[in-house]
Design a protein around this ligand. Structure first.
Ligand SMILES: [Zn+2]
Length: 463
């Protein structure tokens, strides 16, 4: 660790936190100590936090008071986490409809509530308000997981991200970035050969200890490096987030940077949900901040079975999110991680978004990720592919062709489409130069416009 990093860790960081009146570094120190606590202790702690939240929501949010009463749920008698299953899941469309009425009466007039917005896959924005205490606690949780990657607080960071955050805060943002965060940005909304070359130059000149970014964008950058400047950047950690990380992307990234990828999962509304540790055996649920359930057709799923991710935010009391359906699918590993953090259960993998599941006419549900991977692997000459299910019997394949693409590729697509979706489906191939990211800077490789077993509850809500 160099001198600047040591200074940030021991001096600038704590001073800046004191100036901001933020306790996040204290949270972080405590969370580092408690991360190895046993399962029973963690579950008891979660139960207590849940109960406090449920009673608070019942007392200060009329929406929940009615919801609990309708479900015959009494927070005062809450004793086991399974009791929560009678409370209906909270969908994005409900949050949109109910809006500010979800804010606790005890917090409504507070001037320091932080507004979080997400664009969402539908392009309709969602607003969530978070109280300052919760924000700082979440910051501590995130920092703890950042360090699981091998990076240490204070060391320089290479960010592969859309809309650099510090630019929104004028000179203060720049100063803070220069002194404290030390991040160099590659804006994922302007990623091309020229911007990647400039970014690579910057990183060679000022080597980052951490590369942090959208999974696919970090992959694109790794592929660029492999082609043009291979071996010139050697970070201690790489964190990918915000979208599903494919195994083939992980391989390219790890090979180019000679460094393990730490994959993580979270969303703007509740922040970090799960993260890989230094053992990379799955993603540990951030049990200090959230209670996570995986369900399908309203019931908890067993290990290895994909289930819709339902999150209860244990720390945000300003706008309680109780059994919030995030819109993604994951599966439990069903075994502890060898790191010893037994209180933080492992997700085997993030399967993708609910809306990325393709439903076939035979009623099968196929994960969009495996589907895209499967096509990309088996069809010769495909550089990139996006599968869009327009209806049960109609698909669009958006394809970036490589030099090997030819008539045999067309024939293979036809075979695979019949095999996976049935003989009678129709499809169009659209050949494009590139597959653009969404407005958020993230990429989607499979989009289904057909409702499925995971997204059903959300859609019932809309209709
Ligand atoms: Zn672990």
């Amino acid at each position: 660790m160099n001198l600047h990093a040591v200074a940030i860790r021991n001096l600038i960081g704590p001073l800046w936190a004191a100036h901001e009146r933020s306790p996040y570094l204290r949270h972080y120190s405590r969370l580092k100590q408690t991360q190895f606590e046993g399962k029973d202790r963690v579950e008891a702690d979660q139960l207590q936090k849940l109960k406090r939240l449920l009673i608070h929501a019942n007392e200060t949010v009329p929406f929940y008071r009615k919801r609990f009463a309708d479900a015959g749920f009494d927070p005062a008698n809450f004793q086991s986490r399974a009791q929560l299953e009678v409370v209906p899941v909270l969908t994005k469309s409900e949050i949109r409809t109910v809006g500010r009425a979800l804010i606790s009466e005890a917090y409504r007039d507070r001037p320091d509530l932080r507004r979080k917005t997400t664009s969402g896959s539908t392009g309709v924005s969602l607003e969530v308000w978070v109280d300052e205490e919760a924000m700082q606690f979440k910051r501590g949780c995130t920092l703890r997981c950042d360090e699981w990657s091998g990076w240490r607080f204070g060391e320089p960071v290479a960010m592969v991200w859309g809309n650099p955050d510090y630019l929104k805060h004028g000179w203060r943002g720049r100063l803070r970035n220069g002194l404290l965060e030390r991040a160099c940005y590659l804006d994922t909304l302007k990623m091309d050969e020229a911007t990647m070359a400039r970014f690579a130059d910057d990183l060679v000149r000022r080597p980052p200890s951490l590369i942090f970014g959208h999974a696919h964008s970090v992959y694109l950058f790794a592929a660029f490096m492999r082609q043009h400047r291979t071996g010139s950047i050697r970070p201690r950690g790489i964190i990918t987030t915000a979208m599903v990380l494919h195994d083939w992307q992980r391989q390219v990234i790890e090979a180019e940077f000679s460094c393990k990828v730490t994959n993580r999962y979270g969303c703007e509304e509740v922040s970090l949900i799960a993260c890989e540790c230094e053992k990379h055996e799955g993603l540990h649920v951030n049990t200090d901040g959230q209670y996570v359930e995986l369900i399908r057709d309203g019931r908890p799923v067993g290990p290895g079975e994909p289930g819709s991710i339902i999150v209860t935010d244990l720390v945000n009391h300003a706008m309680p999110l109780i059994r919030y359906q995030v819109g993604d699918v994951a599966s439990w590993a069903g075994r502890p991680c060898s790191c010893g953090r037994t209180g933080m259960p492992l997700l085997a993998r993030i399967e993708g978004r609910e809306a990325d599941y393709v439903t076939t006419r035979r009623g099968e549900l196929i994960s969009g990720i495996s589907l895209t991977e499967n096509f990309a692997m088996l069809v010769p000459g495909i550089e990139q592919l996006q599968i869009i299910q327009e209806s049960l019997e109609r698909f669009t394949f958006r394809i970036v062709r490589g030099p090997d693409y030819g008539p045999s590729s067309d024939a293979r697509i036809q075979e695979l489409a019949a095999e996976r979706f049935g003989d009678d489906v129709a499809y169009d191939c659209e050949f494009v130069e590139r597959i653009p990211p969404e407005l958020s800077g993230k990429y989607r490789f499979c989009i289904s416009k057909v409702p499925n077993a995971f997204s059903m509850s959300a859609l019932t809500e809309i209709s």
